[in-house]
Write a protein that binds this ligand. Structure first.
Ligand code: NAP
Length: 282
């Protein structure tokens, strides 16, 4: 039987229509004010510039404003932290996105952690991660939270399932593991020192590929009936998992493109609207 396609593009489009309504309601309540997402781009990496532009476009689609801040490649950690402080103190700004990665001279972790919890709509702070892991309110990290929203939309059972996450980055693998754990999955996290990866991947009821290497996870390792989530996106339109051969084997999968990517941006925008509502409704 062909696998269920977890269509992130369609779910994101459906949510955008709801977000547009919420933003319009807020505008009517708050004298025309909308939630505002501040985006910070440091340096001139073309891929990062494209991602930031896509996020600004998504804000406009739901009737929301964004504030695009571009800083030179030579920016220091202190200068970036000062800019973040300024945005933390700006009551017009409801969410702050610092585009990852920043140039190597900057201590990215220090800068992420300078973002105020209530404006951490991309879910990158240690405080937000800790609170989320403890089941306390916090905005989830955008990519794994987008994946959770997609699994929920398609009513994929999670409780009691063995979820194998390949990758342990702070913005993807680690928060993904904690979110699936919150939903009562049994978790295995794999990384570059993991031994016998094919065997562990073969035990996954839910497999999340977050490795950053094109088609690194091979179709023959994957159990039939698994739910396959591919966070990767590489030139040629392939992800981190060899998906083509899985379409008739697994129970469900996220396509590349059109699966995880649109849900990431959509989650960032949704969480900015959530934050804007908290602030503008008071
Ligand atoms: P990352 O920071 O480079 O982390 C990659 C992870 O993969 C690391 O934990 C690394 O292990 C692990 N790894 C590397 N080689 C491995 C191997 N041979 N066996 C097992 N594990 C291995 O990447 P990331 O930022 O998490 O991104 C992962 C993927 O998601 C990329 O393809 C990226 O493009 C994509 N992504 C997509 C979105 C989106 O919106 N769609 C957003 C973010 C990222 P160690 O920790 O041991 O080094």
């Amino acid at each position: 039987m062909p696998a269920l396609i977890l269509d992130g593009k369609a779910v994101a489009a459906e949510t955008e229509a709801e977000l547009l309504e919420r933003v319009n309601e807020l505008k009517a309540l708050a004298q025309g004010k909308t939630p505002i997402l501040a985006t910070i781009l440091v340096g001139d990496d073309p891929a990062s510039a494209t991602y930031v532009k896509m996020k600004g476009n998504a804000c406009r689609r739901v009737g929301m404003e964004s504030l695009a801040i571009e800083l030179p490649k030579s920016t220091t950690t202190d200068q970036l932290r000062e800019k973040i402080d300024e945005l933390n103190n700006n009551s017009e700004v409801h969410g702050i996105l610092l585009q990852h990665p920043v140039p190597s001279q900057i201590e990215e972790r220090l800068c992420f952690d300078n973002i105020a919890l209530e404006k951490d709509v991309d879910g990158v702070t240690c405080l937000g991660f800790g609170r989320m892991s403890m089941g306390e309110p916090a905005y989830g990290c955008a990519t794994p939270q987008g994946i959770m929203r997609l699994l929920e939309y398609y009513e994929i059972p999670i409780e009691g399932k063995h979820a194998v996450i390949v990758g342990r980055s702070p913005i993807l693998g680690k928060p993904m593991a904690m979110m699936l754990l919150q939903k009562n999955a049994t978790i295995t996290i794999c990384h570059s020192r993991t031994k016998d990866l094919p065997k562990i991947v073969g035990e996954a009821d839910i497999l999340v590929g977050a490795v950053g290497k094109p088609e690194f996870l091979r179709a023959e390792w994957v159990k039939s009936d698994a739910v396959v989530v591919d966070a990767g996106y590489h030139p040629g339109g392939v992800g981190d998992i060899e998906l083509k051969a899985l379409a008739d084997k697994v129970s469900a999968y996220t396509p590349v493109p059109g699966g995880v990517g649109p849900m990431t941006i959509n989650t960032l925008i949704k969480q900015t609207v959530d934050s804007g509502e908290k602030s503008l409704r008071n």
